[in-house]
Design a protein. Structure first.
Length: 202
């Protein structure tokens, strides 16, 4: 009797559609443009795909330079020898103009005429005119109320700049994405081919 291999699954409260892998796909290093590091690994990978949005979150870990130099003499690697970078990203079926909110330095600074917003956020974009629609007054007021993690959008990838890789942080970023796109006018959403927000709602 040949039984199929046992697949260990982990469930997350309120997120039954999330899938977890202890060791993730190393192709993600190339997909996200991450530098190739000594003994680089994709760890604790979370993925989910629904209605035009694919979520990918993981911890990218590697051997520190000092540990790589001493490994030959010590003969073992300890957890403290590894450095890490948390990745939390959402991949859309549609493309956005490159932009960032308290994120990477790209394009030019976009001034929306809201001094409170300017005191708390730096918005940059390669298409300032489009940024006015994507960060309209509704979006600005919501951002001032919630103060979310910053993010950078390049093409169809929206990456959040998070301090750690944790399921609760990923859930928060998913809610942020929903809150932002839900406040974009329907005409602009349709023009850019953005997903319908009810499909993302929890």
């Amino acid at each position: 009797l040949n039984l199929p291999p046992r697949i260990e699954r982990h469930s997350f409260y309120g997120h039954d559609d999330w899938e977890y892998q202890l060791q993730g796909d190393r192709a993600l290093v190339r997909e996200f443009g991450l530098p190739v590091r000594p003994q680089g690994r994709i760890e604790d990978q979370l993925t989910c795909g629904c209605a035009g949005v694919r979520m990918v979150s993981f911890n990218y870990t590697w051997l520190s330079e000092s540990a790589a130099r001493t490994q030959l003499t010590r003969g073992m690697v300890m957890d403290s020898d590894r450095q890490s970078e948390p990745i939390c990203a959402f991949i859309l079926d549609s493309r956005l103009p490159d932009l960032s909110l308290n994120g990477e330095e790209l394009g030019a600074v976009v001034k929306l005429g809201n001094f409170r917003f300017a005191d708390n956020f730096q918005l940059r974009s390669v298409d300032p005119q489009q940024a006015y629609q994507l960060f309209n007054e509704r979006v600005q007021e919501w951002l001032l109320e919630t103060h979310p993690y910053g993010w950078t959008a390049r093409g169809n990838v929206i990456r959040f700049h998070v301090p750690t890789h944790d399921a609760s942080v990923v859930a928060e970023c998913e809610a942020i994405l929903h809150g932002w796109l839900d406040r974009i006018p329907p005409a602009s959403r349709e023009q850019l081919g953005l997903p319908e927000m009810p499909a993302l709602a929890r």
